[in-house]
Write a protein that binds this ligand. Structure first.
Ligand SMILES: *[C@@H]1O[C@H](CO)[C@@H](O)[C@H](O)[C@H]1NC(C)=O
Ligand SMILES: *[C@@H]1O[C@H](CO)[C@@H](O)[C@H](O)[C@H]1NC(C)=O
Ligand SMILES: *[C@@H]1O[C@H](CO)[C@@H](O)[C@H](O)[C@H]1NC(C)=O
Ligand SMILES: *[C@@H]1O[C@H](CO)[C@@H](O)[C@H](O)[C@H]1NC(C)=O
Ligand SMILES: *[C@@H]1O[C@H](CO)[C@@H](O)[C@H](O)[C@H]1NC(C)=O
Ligand SMILES: *[C@@H]1O[C@H](CO)[C@@H](O)[C@H](O)[C@H]1NC(C)=O
Ligand SMILES: *[C@@H]1O[C@H](CO)[C@@H](O)[C@H](O)[C@H]1NC(C)=O
Length: 746
């Protein structure tokens, strides 16, 4: 491999890391080798706190040899909402513990990564939407994130009563954290590895901006005239502006978000009495009893709390979706009909356009234009100069000019500026669907336009150009972001993931004053509001929809709320999104419709127990998980395979590519609409598939009445990785209840 190529791939690798830094504001760093924290998960809460802690010490004493050593190695006992502990262990000790009685799983603590307001209007929740304010103000939304900015205007508590009496959470003054109010009713932080993080502050304060952004998207009070230097201007607000916010800071600038801290966040949030949990954090999802988000959200579900999670930013790779446990509501990121573009006019009069947030107005009509490769410091730096990488450019040749660079890493706009340049045209084949914020005049163009510019530069004696300040332009929408993680579900063949899409590109919401807009070295731009992109931003939109539904239906189960959100989603067109449901799930969330879905596909804990039995989890392990004496999977399973798992979408993975496959989905819907209702089935059948529904008409004559039906799918063989999709829609005179049906060959 040539030197240039290796430099390039090195920087592209850095670029990917930095992309996460930009998209998520945090880079994940794996913990230090010597420190081996493990989480020993023992399932549901048993007895009181004292006896639970003693059990943990007893288990540890068995491998450590003495109670003294056990007490030295234990880091935390989780006792409020479930039964687990974190401790420093050797691999051997971890192995021994995993085979002990009552231990469900032992997993090494991993560090995860984190995965704004026209968006509410875009998805049909206008500021004037019908509200149940009395209930809404009793809702507390909990976020596991990077902390929060209490001074932000989004968390002003004007007009709010004290928090509901059922709220048990706490909040104190901490370092650089002024405390809570009637809007921000809980704030805690967890850093169980106790490793110093000089770039962060040991308190719930948000030095990153991510947690402030997600919280204000979910439940921020309205802030008039919010914008990023005039861009994306409007009233910034959350889905449920009267609801309360509780922040559980589990993500840290240097280390990312550790499993131990995430579990502690769940343990506390559940015990505090939050109504909805929003978690924009991802990582490789392991089995459902060794994954901290799956485990934490399972216990939340047991207490009637829905957990909404981001699908991850690992798209467009297939099977990249994270947080895919069936009791989670998994959110993909879609784009709105708005994009931030800058006009670039070339000296020959040609006009092209780039994406990105460029807040700078040009001072001249045209500037001299050069290509980075042509203004290298020396022949040796020519390869890097193409990418305008630090120390590769000749300041004498750059001064006063616009520079055309290929994208190799973020922050080249600042490098060009540092060399005396007046602006940068960055050329890239990727990352063009979300606007990067530039700290110096710049825009990002695609490869075709990049070539046009390059041709122009080399076709004239004195090339020139100008980049204008970004403007909002309308584009066709919705479409799924290229970075949004795709299905099929790598965890189970039975369940379609992601579940739903919500806006996650260029979202305007509150930001922290403690970080510059790009977070990159040399950036001095600050703003109370900023644009961020990621499934992290999509997640609080759906959590907000869940809170909104809960304010009308406080007693609905997590599964009913999820069903309402999925079956009322606005279908997204597969023409703009070739991966179809694997990209967008049931479609784009529509909170106003989700409040009155007509029918819901409800599930209780037993449904998930059957699911786990079907997935081959041992009955005694499941019993531990749910806190029951014993579970006999053989007794539960007959006649109750996957076909009875009452999920609001249907997915059939074909077993062989030789013969047609026939599969039956049994489903039960509950009437939550008018007492007397009649629903007719409409089936959209994809090519090569037969779908029949029995019965075709469901009639109800009382509320909460249940009706069952069967969907029989016959599919011809398909080539590997092929997928087709159809849908089943139950329609009454008032309601449309839609479930996608996906058939694919793994
Ligand atoms: C930014 O927010 C702070 C409160 O956190 C407020 O005092 C300040 O006026 C705001 N700045 C602008 C430009 O609105
Ligand atoms: C946090 O507070 C300390 C003490 O008041 C202060 O010195 C420090 O600058 C503050 N840090 C930030 C990031 O504001
Ligand atoms: C909104 O902000 C802009 C500039 O940031 C300012 O010119 C305008 O007066 C503000 N409008 C209101 C109603 O505050
Ligand atoms: C670049 O953008 C132009 C204008 O929008 C479009 O015509 C062209 O197909 C794009 N090229 C690529 C490689 O996406
Ligand atoms: C679960 O596994 C244990 C051994 O690991 C075995 O003794 C037990 O019978 C299994 N239970 C069920 C219900 O399969
Ligand atoms: C589990 O259920 C099966 C089928 O009902 C039964 O044959 C078996 O004896 C049960 N096992 C236990 C341990 O109860
Ligand atoms: C449902 O089907 C029946 C019988 O075909 C028809 O009379 C009725 O109008 C249909 N209802 C709706 C809401 O489409």
């Amino acid at each position: 491999m040539s030197r240039v190529e290796s430099t390039r791939s090195l920087y592209l690798h850095q670029l990917l890391l930095l992309l996460f830094f930009i998209l998520t504001g945090l880079a994940a760093v794996i913990g230090d080798e010597q420190e081996k924290f493990y989480i020993v998960y023992m399932g549901d809460r048993q007895g009181d706190e004292e006896s639970a802690v003693q059990t943990h010490i007893d288990v540890l004493s068995c491998v450590k040899g003495s109670e003294v050593d056990a007490r030295k190695s234990i880091v935390h006992s989780y006792t409020q909402s479930f039964n687990a502990f974190a401790a420093k262990l050797s691999e051997d000790e971890a192995d021994k513990i995993s085979s002990m009685d009552g231990v469900l799983s032992v997993f090494p603590n991993q560090y995860r990564k984190l995965h704004t307001t026209k968006s509410w209007d875009f998805i049909g929740l206008p500021q004037t939407a019908r509200r149940n304010l009395k209930m809404e103000s009793k809702i507390v939304v909990g976020l596991l994130d990077t902390g929060i900015t209490p001074e932000s205007e989004s968390f002003k508590d004007d007009g709010l009563d004290p928090p509901p009496a059922t709220w048990k959470g706490t909040c104190h003054h901490f370092a650089n954290f002024s405390g809570c109010n009637k809007k921000l009713v809980g704030a805690r932080f967890f850093k169980l590895d106790h490793k110093p993080d000089p770039a962060d502050i040991l308190s719930p304060i948000d030095v990153d901006g991510h947690g402030t952004h997600t919280s204000s998207t979910l439940a921020g009070s309205p802030v008039l005239n919010a914008s990023l230097f005039g861009l994306a201007g409007g009233t910034a607000r959350g889905a449920v502006p009267s609801a309360r916010v509780a922040m559980y800071k589990v993500c840290w600038t240097s280390s990312g978000c550790s499993d131990m801290d995430i579990l502690a966040g769940f343990d506390a949030a559940i015990a505090d009495g939050v109504d909805v949990i929003s978690i924009s954090i991802g990582g490789a999802t392991m089995d459902y009893v060794s994954d901290c988000i799956a485990v934490g959200s399972f216990h939340a579900m047991q207490k009637g709390i829905i957990t909404v999670a981001s699908a991850g930013n690992d798209g467009p790779n297939m099977a990249s979706v994270a947080n895919h446990a069936p009791w989670l509501l998994t959110v993909a990121a879609s784009g709105m009909d708005r994009e931030f573009r800058s006009k670039v006019v070339l000296g020959n009069g040609q006009t092209v356009s780039g994406v990105g947030v460029n807040t700078f107005e040009p001072k001249q009509k045209l500037y001299p234009l050069v290509s980075g490769a042509d203004v290298a410091r020396s022949a040796a730096t020519k390869g890097n100069a193409r990418f305008c990488i630090a120390n590769s450019l000749d300041p004498v040749k750059v001064k006063g000019k616009l520079v055309h660079c290929k994208l190799g890493m973020w922050g080249v706009d600042s490098v060009v500026k540092g060399n005396g340049g007046v602006g940068t045209i960055v050329e890239s084949q990727q990352f063009l669907d979300a606007a990067q914020i530039f700290m110096a005049p710049a825009t990002m163009v695609n490869a075709t336009i990049g070539e046009t510019i390059n041709d122009y530069i080399h076709s004239t004696g004195s090339p020139s150009a100008v980049i204008y300040k970004s403007q909002e332009v309308n584009i066709p929408a919705p479409f799924v972001a290229s970075f949004s993680s795709r299905g099929p579900n790598p965890g189970t063949l039975l369940v379609l993931k992601p579940d739903i899409s919500a806006p996650g590109i260029d979202i305007l919401a509150s930001y922290t004053p403690l970080k510059s807009l790009t977070g990159l070295k040399g950036d001095t731009l600050h703003s109370n509001f900023t644009l961020m992109s990621g499934t992290s931003m999509a997640c609080p939109h759906v959590a907000g929809a869940a809170a909104y539904i809960k304010s009308f239906h406080p007693n609905w189960s997590p599964a009913a709320i999820k069903s309402a959100i999925m079956t009322t989603a606005t279908p997204i067109s597969p023409t703009m999104n070739p991966e179809a449901e694997f990209a967008y799930g049931a479609g784009q969330v529509n909170p106003s419709k989700a409040v009155s879905p007509g029918l819901v596909y409800d599930m209780d804990q037993m449904s998930y127990i059957q699911f786990l039995c079907h997935e081959g989890y041992n009955g005694s392990r499941i019993a531990n998980l749910v806190g029951s004496k014993s579970i006999n999977c053989s007794a539960l399973l007959p006649g109750l395979g996957h076909d009875a798992f009452n999920y609001p979408s249907m997915q059939l993975s074909l077993k062989t590519d030789q013969e047609p496959t026939m599969s039956v989905f049994r489903r039960t819907v509950t009437n939550v609409g008018p007492s007397k209702s009649i629903y007719n089935a409409t089936i959209k059948v994809p090519k090569g598939v037969e779908i029949t529904v029995k019965p075709m008409i469901l009639s109800f004559n009382r509320p909460m009445q249940k009706r069952s039906f069967k969907v029989v799918v016959k599919a011809k063989p398909m080539s590997s990785t092929q997928m087709v999709s159809g849908s089943l829609v139950w329609k009454s005179s008032l309601h449309t209840v839609r479930s996608p049906i996906v058939i694919y060959s793994p």
